[in-house]
Structures are given as structure tokens and as C-alpha cells.
Write a protein that binds this ligand. Sequence first.
Ligand code: C2E
Ligand code: CA
Ligand code: CA
Length: 833
Amino acid sequence: MDSQKTTRQYMLAIIGLGALCLAIALFTFPPEKLSLQFVFLSLLTIAFGSRISIQIPRFKSHIAVSDTFIFLAILLFGGEAAIILSAVEAFFSSWRFCKKKISVFFNAALLACSTTFVVSVLRVFEIDGSKVIHEEAHTNLAISLSVMALVQFVFNSGLASIYGALKSGKPWWETWKTHYLWTSVTYFVGAIAAGILAELVFVIGFGVIIAAAPIIVFIYLTYRMYLKNVEMSLSQAEQAEQHALILEEQSRALSESEERFRSAFTYAPIGIGIVSPDGKWLKVNKALSEILGYTEEEFLATEFQSMIYEDDLGSTLVKLHELMTGKVPACQLEQRYVNKRGEIVWVSWSVSATSDHKAERPNLIFQIQDITAKKLAEEQLQYKATHDALTGLPNRAYFMARLEQALEKSFDNPAHKVSVLFIDLDRFKIVNDSLGHQIGDELLIGIADRLRECLRPSDMVARLGGDEFTILVEGRYEPREVVRIAERIREKFLSPFNLSGHEIFSSASIGILHASDKYTKPEDVMRDADIAMYQAKRAGKARHETFTQHMRDAVKETLQIETDLRHAIEKQEFDVYYQPIYSFETDKIEGFEALARWEHKTLGMIPPSRFIPLAEEIGVIDALGEQILRRACQEGCLLQQSAPEADSFVLSVNISCKQFAQLKLAENIKQILEETNFSPQNLKLEITESVFLEHTETAIEVLRQLCDIGIEINIDDFGTGYSNLHYLTQFPITTLKIDRSFISPIKENGQNIEIVQTVMMLARSLRMKVIAEGVETEAQYNQLKDLNCEGAQGYFFGKAMKFEEARDYFREKNRPPMPLPPMEEISVVSTLQ
Ligand code: C2E
Ligand code: CA
Ligand code: CA
């Protein structure tokens, strides 16, 4: 903004100065000098002055003839005339080139000023331009021409470059140097031309100028043509020269790039090979030789196909076909090669065609990178992500993925069948808890090995986690083949596992599911296989069950019961029934066994054989057991009181082996006895032998405490479980209850009594009493009596009954014999009852 302003001010100043110079010149112009000749020269100057300019070849400068005419005016007509002429000429020529008025005036003023300076300098040196040409000697002429040229140049270029510098903002000196210094030539040439013309005018007369005008034009035009030719030939020569240079450069670049390519090819870190359209190796680099182990000669003697791993050849050829037919510009693949040693090498292979358009079938460039290490690492990662670290078996994620694939296959092809075996180890937790995790792990590894041995080659066994395993069977097979696998597993488990010196027997419960076309999700298959397994567990473990729709309903019901059971415990909805216990010794009912009862709102009576194991499973057995015991003790007191004549009274209460997990069991029982005021001497706790198996440490401790309190222990269901006579002798166990399954088969003729006899003998040797359970017939009763059995229980004496019933029953059975009343009274008594 500022520079524009100063430029403008500068221009105005020059315009002012120029106007002053012009005014002075006009004022002092001697009228006698205003001749026709001067007018002619003026017209000539205005007409051609700036139009005719001559370019100096290879220079940017032009020599305008206007300078020549101005110098000529000084020489012929004096300073004033020249000043006026210069201003007029500059005005007209600027008019043609400049758009802005101010520039036109500036240019005119600039020339008026510089010409005034020239004239002034000549005057200072007392040189009269119009006289020097008349002198004989040319020295003054030469001096005055030089002065004219120099001063004109200095002032003109000086003032103009100030303008240029102001406008561009660059330093003045630089502007002058680059844009004006070279113009000095034009001034001197102009001055010399003016000198020659002036001499000619002096010798020949002014006519020479008139004659010179067309000659000047002619010479000028000729010169222009000559210049053009020179330029043309110059530029042609230049072009030719440049062309040669370019060619030279190109060939140098080509050979350089060839060299570079050659060394890049040879030493590239990745394998590169050029293959002919018929599959022959044409050229291979070092890296490729190293990757595949063949020498270059060996390569060149073979075809690339022979090195590709068989399974990958198909996909490779498909890709190559796409490339050769122009469907794709390049292709890439991860594939396997076989190296010279016969090992598999994983490579990343990319191939493109050589860009030789003329060739009908171009060569192929193979780029091969060894990615075996990367592939191995990937495989290892993949293996870790899909396999169980302990057993090395596929894990859940892998199994589920395989199952999904199998289901998809069978969806597409119904002949492709899918079955799953869901395997859960029985009592694995006991091994883990009693022998430690180390042995537990060893057992799992051993089991994984045995499971593998049971499979057909196409089957897959996986570890889902913990002690759960699954087997996937797929393809064409008969359902019984799957059952056969389950049977083989059972057989395999018959022999013990030898784990760090421990001999351990294990068994498994197996659920089998044959996936019908209704199964689309692997989760559904697993859910139902799990249900079948659960069923196998409930049915007594160490077996297999095949899934049925009914099982799923049962599971649903179990879930419902489970929820309701928790509520029932909270609300104390349980009832206790009492089953009489008969004594052969006294021929009397000596007491009762308390049996839990639960009436469900919608499902009716649910047997304890169903809800007791469920309560154990969901961890509410302690609360339930306590409720039953408290109730039994309360009612036991009342039962006892109902028959004060009775010699003795026994109340048997069942305790689940799961309750022995709590160390405070004895203490709790003691508290209940105190609360209910029931004597420990009248209480018998029924436990099964599994107590010794499952909670060995705490069970021994609790049994000892119970013994201290004075409570007797009965072994329930004797003969059905795992018997350890050693334990039986250690504790105050007074009675063995022979399980119903040994009593029921006893026939009238004494058949099937042997086991009972054996148990009786055993009990005698241990000094224990025996109570027979499930006595239903008189024959059974008689035979047990003959064997001197101490007690019996069963429908023969009475079923489990409600408290009130039991109270009446007990009172009735212990009623002291009364003298017979008269007949009428009997009928009264019986109606009262
Ligand atoms: P258990 O202790 O062996 O009880 C005897 C079972 O046999 C009772 O079945 C009883 O009704 C039944 N029974 C008795 N005599 C005969 C007979 O002559 N013939 C037949 N067919 N059955 C007879 P219940 O009451 O269904 O109890 C089943 C099992 O539930 C019991 O077997 C016991 O192990 C468990 N249980 C019952 N109440 C409780 C309890 O309060 N706590 C615990 N922990 N378990 C209980
Ligand atoms: Ca019992
Ligand atoms: Ca029993």
C-alpha cells in the first residue's frame, strides 16, 4: 500500500519536473529553428521512433531508433528541439503501450527530464551540439556523442529504475543492474547512428534523411528477416544439440537403470523369477535359489509347477489363468512349495505379466517371499487358541466351530449325519479334593488318552473344560455305532488309572444326541447332549443315555421344582411322615423313622427321592435337614408322650451325607435337641456309607462329636454302596439297615435269603443289630424272624403316616391289654376311633 503511494508520488514529481523542462524548452525554443526539416524529423520520430526496434540476438534488449532521432535533433536543431521531440515521441509511443494515463505522462516527462539533463550537461561542458558536426576534426563530435549517450543512459535508466525499484520493493541498485545496465549499449549505438546521419546531412544535405527513411525501413525489415533466420537456425541447432544431449542422457540412464535393475534383481531380498508362458524358469535370482535350495541351472532345467506343493497347484493355476486371460493385472497367493530337500516352504507369491505388449503371450514375473516362519508362528498361535493346554485336545471354541460346520454340511446333505457324545466324569471332584490338583490333572490327561482310543479316525474328541469332554461323530453311520463308542468308553474305564502311585477308578456319565434337521445351532446340540448326560447322572452314573424330547421337559420341570424348592424351604412347607419300626425282640413297635414330605402346589406330592438329591445339588440340604430334624424332635416328644406305657421309643432321622460337610453339624443337632427337649438317647441318625467316602475328615470328627452327645448311628441302605468295614468298627454304629432291594426278592420258600444271612453274620461279628427294610409280606416277616433279625420296617407293619395317624397308631400298639368290656361298649369304642 505504502510502496504504491510512494511510487505514485514519485511519478507525479517526475511528471511535474518533466512539464517544467518541457515548458522551459518551449519557452526558450528559438523560433528560427522551427523549420520544415525539424517538422519532418519530428513526424519521422513519432511514426517510427518506437515502432522500429532492433533486437540484439541472444540479448533481451531492443534498440529503438527513437534515441537516434533525439540525438540527431540535438545535433541538427539544438537542445530545446530535442527536449520537445523526446517528450512528444515518448508520449505517443507510451500511448500505444500503456493503459494508464499517468504512465503515459510519466514516460513523456521522464524522457523530457533526461533529455534536459543531457542538454544541460552539454551546455555545462560548452558543447554546442549543432556546431560539432561542422568541425573538421571529429573529436568534439565523438565526445559530445559519448556524453549524450552516457548522460541520457544514466539519467533515463536512473529515473526509470527508481520507479521500478519503488514498484517492486526491491533495492534500486539491483533493479538498475538487472533491468537497465545492458540498455547502455542501445544508447551508444543510437548515438553513433545519430553521429553518422548528422555527418551525412552535413555533407549531402537534409535530403539524406528523407531518402534514408525508406532505406531505414528496408534495412530494418531485411535485418528482421535475417534475425529470424538466425534465430531459426540458432534454435534448430540448439534443438538438434539438445536432442543429441537428450539421447545421450537417455542411453546413459538406460544403461544405468539396466545395471541398477540387474543388481536389484540379483541381490533383491525376495525371490524373483521370470517364467516363460509355457512354465519354464528363464531367470531366477539369488534369493529364490536360497528359498528353494536349487541352483540357477537346476531351476532353468525345470518348470515352476513341479516345485509347487500338490494341494496348492490347483489354486495357483486358476490364478495364473485369470492373469493370462487379462481378467486381473496381477495376483497374489499364499502357497506351499517343496524345496530341494523335500520340505514344505510357505511363500507369499505374487505374479504379474511382463509389460511387453508386442509379445502375444508375455513372460511372467514371480515374486516369492519365504513366510514359513510367520506361518509356523501363526499355526502355533492358532493351535494354542484352539487346544486345551493340559490334554492337548481341541478346546470348546474349536469343537463348537467344527460342530457348526458339520451341521451346515448335514443341512446341505441329509445323508451327512451328526452326533455328539457329552461326557462328564463321575465324582471327579472327590479325586481333586482328596488327592490334589496334580493328581486330578494326571487323571484328566489319562482320560483324554483313553477317549482318543475309543474314536473312529473321523471322530473328534474335545475337552470343554473341567471334567467335561465331548465327541463329535459325523458322516455316514448307524446310530448304534455311536452307542458303541459310549460302550467302548465304559469298557476303557473299567481298568484303573495309575497316577503317581495311586490306583484310581473313574467312570463317566455320557449323554448322546443325534442331531436331527431341527438342529441348526451348535448351542442347541450341546444343550440337549448335556441334558442327556444329566439324565445319565441321575439314572445312577457310569452309563449313557440318548436324548429324547421327554428329557428336555423333565429338565424344565426340574428347574421349576428347583425354584419352588427354595421357596418351600423359606416358607417351611415340608411335612414329616412317620413309618413304624417293629422290634422282633419285643414284638412291638419301638418307634418311627421320620420321612420328609413335600406337597407341591401344582405337581402334587413330590417324593423325597426327587427333592432330597435336588436340595443336595443346589446346596439347600442343610436348611432342609435342620427343619426336618427340628420338626421330628418336636413331634417325637409328643409321640413318646402319647404312649407312656411304651418300654422304649426310637426316632430315626435321615441325615444326608452332604450335611457332613459342615463342621458344626453335631453342635446344631445338639442345639435342636435342647430346644425341643428331646433326649439324645431316643434319637438315631441314619447315614449312608457314602459319608465315609465323601467327607472323610469332617465326617469322622462329626461322628465322634455325635457319639459324645450320646446319639446312635444307623447305617442306611446297607449293602448298596461301597462298604468299608474298618469305619464301621470305629464309631458307635449300632445298627445296619438292610436295603429293601435285598428283602423284596425273598420268596415264601426261602429263596434269595442268602444275602440277608450274610449281612446278619457280618452284623453279629461286629456286634451290631440288623433292621430289615421294605418288609411287605408275612413270609418275609417270618423268615426274618427265623434268622433272628432284630427289627423290621415296611408296609407289612405300616406305611409312613402323618403325625396324628402315627400318634394314634403308636398309642394303639402300646395300649395295655384291658379286660374285655360288655359287647355294647366295644361298638362305642370303635365308633369313637
Ligand atoms: P430311606 O431312608 O431308605 O427310607 C425308606 C423309604 O422306603 C421311604 O421312602 C419309605 O416310604 C419307603 N418304604 C418303606 N417301606 C417300604 C415298603 O415296604 N415297600 C416300599 N416299596 N417302600 C417302602 P421315601 O419316604 O420315599 O423316602 C425315600 C428316601 O428319601 C429315603 O430312603 C431317604 O433316603 C430319603 N429321605 C426321606 N426323608 C428324608 C429326610 O428327611 N432327610 C434326608 N436326608 N433324606 C430323606
Ligand atoms: Ca432311612
Ligand atoms: Ca433305607
